[in-house]
Design a protein. Sequence first.
Length: 387
Amino acid sequence: MDLKVTNVFQRNYETLSNDKRFIVNVGGTRSSKTYSLCQMIIVYCLSTPNKIVSIIRKTFPSLRATVMRDMIFIMKDMGIYDDRNHNKTENIYTFPNRTIMEFFSVDDEQKIRGRRRDVLWMNEANEINFDEFQQLNFRTTDKLFLDFNPSDNYHWIYDLYLKPETIKIHSTYKDNPFLEKSLIKEIEDLMNVDENYYKIYALGENAIPKSSIYTHQKLISTFPDKFDNECIGCDFGYNHPTAIIYVGMVDNKLYVKEMLYESYLTTNDMMLKLNDIGVSKNIPILCDYSRPEIIQEMKRGGYNAMNADKTVKEGIDAVKSSELYIHNESLNTWKEVNNYKWKTSGDKILDEPVKIFDDACDALRYGVMYLKKFHTRSSPSFSFFTL
């Protein structure tokens, strides 16, 4: 079998033949952790008959958009994917040797009780609480693979390091020889942005305690039927993603859904995307006014685009002053909100955010500022989309 692999694959594959139960993959971004574990699981399934392999994450939308997508892509690239073997209703793939690979989430307690398997892979394991881990551990007979970025100051995963049956596999972007030079530069430039982010996402080292901007956000799967008011925040980008974020308000509670989060979009591309996702021509779209030419194009297209209030501190305070609920399919927004930090100088926390993980956060802020300033408790919503 001809596979292009990194040493991260090799180190994980070697654990299949040793007596270690917990294989903890910790490291920085773009280290190939996820991709390598996908490859390793596929090789295991092909070579080991009559086994059950479970691949899990906290929520299913997150799992479907990441690991499941990568897994199917790799199998197709290898020429082994057979649609007839894929039960898309149950999210189970059966290999010719009767080994099955199943995907499920742990956001419903019933899903983690009663299921048994030989091997378990917990993707983004720091999203999962200790009780959920225990239930999954009890029902796994052989090995548990975990992967995560060490962005938490403390987590139960760190306690696994002390167990003799644990092996820790640390990796960084330097372990990935297939990484593009532009991405390497972006990662290494984190040193110039924020030292803590560099340690976490470039070096894969444990987080240093610092102040998060938002701490009150909650992930939910359903929204209210009606909102008092709604709008869209839009932060333009190119190398950085263009972020288009829906914000609805009811009873001073904020409900957020990511409509678009994508890099390398031209103005024409973005206009087509607005049409594809069904953005109403009536709903206010609060835009980053540093790109007036794009705003003008949106107006010519009939959209209700206008300049946003970009006041940073006031906008952050506006977001913090209401309960904040983020739809569980808004993966990038959830990640940004949880990683949005104040700059620090020594032990002093500054009133200025770190300029990273801020594309969706900026768009969110534009929308919230509009609703808080001009449309608190007024007319019914425009029924922008069906959730």
